[in-house]
Design a protein around this ligand. Structure first.
Ligand SMILES: Cc1ncc(C[n+]2csc(CCOP(=O)(O)OP(=O)(O)O)c2C)c(N)n1
Length: 266
């Protein structure tokens, strides 16, 4: 399977859905598509026809404002039809702008208030270990999300409990809603911070799907929690959106979606 093509299709659908449903956070979504593609197509032990499979792996989206990226990956992975993505953000829809309690099949947790997913996953990972089960837990956080103190409380706890079934991924696109992440909070040296908290760390290009696949396999061999610091580009894949933080909120016009489609080679 050509995962680069899968990622390109997801990116185009994200642009189209944002344009047609008038929903924001497109730059945030495009940033994490390759991470989701690696996880959902290569790494996670999941079965879209049996979404509650007892021994499944869990993905928790910390940066809940990128819900559309998760919904779109789930749709292409077969959890529901791609056409339902166009209900995104509409009144009464399951596809809320941040995943809610009625979220569609495959969504494992509510999110939107940044900084809670790692705590949630830490509790789930510990409970799973205590029951002698082998589910694994993957949490995707934005770099701005790391401003939240709850993240570091969970980081300390997870390492103390040697949760070797827990992987945190930081979508390190260097931007957040209102500016540059390292200006707003002193994040670097980021890997060293996670290591000091007792985590095994890997740093990589978050748009290199092969490198992501290899890193997630490496993570499975560790006897402590793993943090993957993924260098990414907000708006990745569409030249006029890349590193332009206006696309945290901006909605593309139909002609911009067409330009994006061409650039994505579709
Ligand atoms: C607790 C909390 N505070 C503030 C917000 C508002 N908010 C939504 S997105 C965002 C920026 C997030 O930046 P980052 O985590 O770096 O994600 P990116 O969109 O850059 O990928 C903020 C502050 C929120 N959702 N939750």
């Amino acid at each position: 399977m050509n995962l680069k093509h899968t990622a390109a299709k997801i990116r185009h659908t994200l642009c189209d859905v944002s344009s047609k449903t008038k929903t924001p956070h497109l730059g945030s979504c495009l940033s994490c598509v390759d991470i989701l593609t690696s996880l959902y197509w290569q790494i996670l032990n999941i079965d879209p026809s049996n979404p509650k499979m007892a021994n499944r792996d869990y993905f928790l989206l910390g940066k809940g404002h990128a819900a559309s990226a998760l919904y779109t990956a789930l749709a292409y992975r077969g959890y529901f039809g791609v056409e339902s993505l166009y209900e995104h953000g509409q009144t009464g829809s399951q596809f809320e702008e941040h995943p809610g309690i009625n979220a569609p099949s495959g969504v494992e947790s509510v999110s939107g208030s940044l900084g809670h997913a790692l705590s949630l996953a830490t509790g789930m990972a510990l409970s799973t270990q205590l029951q002698g089960r082998d589910n694994r837990f993957y949490v995707l956080m934005g770099d701005g999300e790391l401003n939240e103190g709850t993240v570091w409380e969970a980081a300390m706890f997870a390492a103390g409990k040697q949760l070797d079934n827990l992987v945190a991924i930081v979508d390190f696109n260097k931007l957040q809603g209102t500016g540059e992440s390292c200006d707003i909070m002193h994040l670097e040296p980021l890997e060293e911070k996670w290591r000091a908290f007792g985590w095994y760390t890997i740093r990589l290009d978050g748009h290199n799907i092969e490198a992501l696949n290899a890193a997630f396999e490496e993570a499975k061999k560790q006897s402590q929690p793993v943090c993957i610091v993924a260098d990414t580009i907000k708006g990745k894949g569409v030249s006029f959106m890349e590193n332009d933080n206006n696309w945290h909120y901006r909605i593309p016009k139909a002609e911009e979606v067409e330009r994006a489609k061409e650039e994505l080679g579709l």
